[in-house]
Write a protein that binds this ligand. Structure first.
Ligand code: SAJ
Length: 418
């Protein structure tokens, strides 16, 4: 493609997208307000962990297909991939989207395409983006084309999913959609489906809400199974043998920048109509507190805990909205001493055996691959009390009990010591 592409926001989505276009022979200019991100990138270095991304970025910076800076320059295509956080009052934080859009207004010319990738409440393109772009004096829809094409990639699998996932494109008119489809055909091998911008916005939100509500259902089941003295994971495994059932997994809560956030963007638009979504959010947000109370029961008056994993899910370095942060906060509030081990973070990349020493309880909070090779016999010898709480159903209970541990699995009946 001969068109130049400018990407605003070089984070978890913007940077891989920029690198992907650049590796397909497109001239890409990345913009980020964070000078450190830009300085590093100019040297071909990145500060986020994502499979295959460092190599790809190094290559496209070297070939000069990807350049970057802190302010936008004239381009043909502008892709907005800035964060849309949720505010304290659960409303969508649209400030970054607004300032990114404003920053390109003086640069717009006839024939340009503007694509919003950031996950946004329904009608953002129509009610926020288009009115700002109109300040350019150009005819939006005729001179300048506008679409929403939400990112749908799974952190940890971003490069693969950017190429292979199906993609939704929602333009403000057909021409906008077609131009956006053509843009992403540069690297997307999945199907590209065309719709209007508000439908595209709602699709993205519903995908993550579907997952949130289903995880809440699994978490609720876990609480019931704990009460009934049966194992929720066994119930789920057997129930999922039904051809039309796909129960999700209970856990210590829902983290990350997407699933724990996106349902609020729908709820905000129709609070009176979104009771299930709202309740799912509350159920999932309560899980860290529940895990904390299970831990406190197991501690039985003792107070040294070692938490394994602090990121929001396995094998990523992202701690945003991680439920484990809330778990730790609640434990500390209850006077518990907490040590954390997490090989994916700089701060907690510490020796597991050293940090489990004198501990009264080990909480397996995130099932990182690195934890699969833990020598529990070695840990057992140095712990003060021999308790393990598994929040992910990833430990072999029988072999731990053979070593002598008292094991408790979230969503199941009593621990080994009945
Ligand atoms: N989790 C559970 N139980 C489950 C599944 C997940 O407790 O059965 C927890 C995880 O531990 C984690 C959280 O939910 O804390 C979310 O993890 P995830 O792997 O389900 O999803 P994300 O947030 O990493 O990525 C999601 C993806 N959306 C869907 O799968 C519908 C991804 O495709 C989106 O692009 C991304 O959100 C996004 O950016 O919106």
């Amino acid at each position: 493609m001969s068109k130049k592409v400018l990407i605003l926001g070089l984070g978890y989505i913007g940077l891989p997208t920029a690198a992907m276009f650049a590796s397909h022979d497109v001239d890409v200019y990345g913009v980020d307000v964070n000078e450190k991100v830009v300085e590093n990138l100019q040297k071909g270095e990145i500060i986020i962990e994502e499979n295959g991304l460092p190599e790809l970025v190094r290559e496209v910076v070297k070939t000069q297909k990807l350049k970057c800076g802190t302010t936008p320059i004239e381009s043909d295509v502008y892709i907005i991939a800035v964060p849309t956080p949720v505010n304290e009052d659960k409303s969508a934080g649209m400030d970054y989207v607004i300032s990114a859009t404003k920053s390109i207004v003086p640069l717009l010319k006839k024939g340009d395409l503007v694509v919003l990738e950031s996950t946004s409440p329904p009608r953002t393109v129509l009610d926020i983006i288009v009115p700002i772009l109109k300040e350019s004096g150009l005819d939006i829809g005729k001179d300048v084309f506008v679409s929403h094409s939400p990112e749908r990639v799974l952190p940890g699998q971003i490069l693969n999913e950017l190429v292979n996932n199906d993609r939704i494109v929602g333009g403000i008119n057909e021409e906008s959609s077609l131009k956006t489809k053509e843009l992403y055909e540069t690297f997307v091998k999945g199907q590209i489906f065309i719709t209007d911008s508000t439908t595209a916005e709602m699709c993205k939100l519903m995908e993550n809400t579907y997952r949130d509500v289903n995880i809440a259902l699994a978490n609720e089941l876990a609480l019931v199974c704990e009460k009934m003295g049966i194992n929720a994971f066994e119930v789920i495994n057997l129930s999922n043998k039904h051809p039309r059932v796909n129960l999700h997994s209970p856990g210590p809560g829902v983290g990350g920048h997407c699933i724990a956030v996106d349902p609020w963007f729908i709820i905000e638009k129709a609070p009176e109509l979104t009771k299930i979504m709202n309740l799912a959010r509350i159920t999932n947000d309560n899980m860290p507190k529940h895990v904390s109370s299970l831990a406190i029961d197991m501690l039985d008056g003792k107070n040294n805990v070692t938490v394994l994993g602090i990121t929001y899910k396995p094998d990523v370095d992202d701690m945003r909205e991680s439920p484990i942060l809330y778990l730790i906060e609640d434990l500390k509030k209850n006077g518990v001493n907490v040590k954390v081990v997490d090989p994916h973070t700089d701060k907690y990349n510490v020796d597991i055996y050293e940090n489990a020493k004198d501990s009264d309880l080990l909480i397996l909070a995130v099932n990182h691959k690195e934890f699969e090779s833990i020598d529990y016999k070695k840990i057992y010898e140095n712990m003060s009390s021999k308790n393990i709480l598994d929040t992910r159903n990833c430990l072999d209970r029988t072999s731990l009990e053979e070593i002598g541990f008292n094991v408790k699995l979230i969503g199941s009946g009593a621990s080994s010591e009945r």
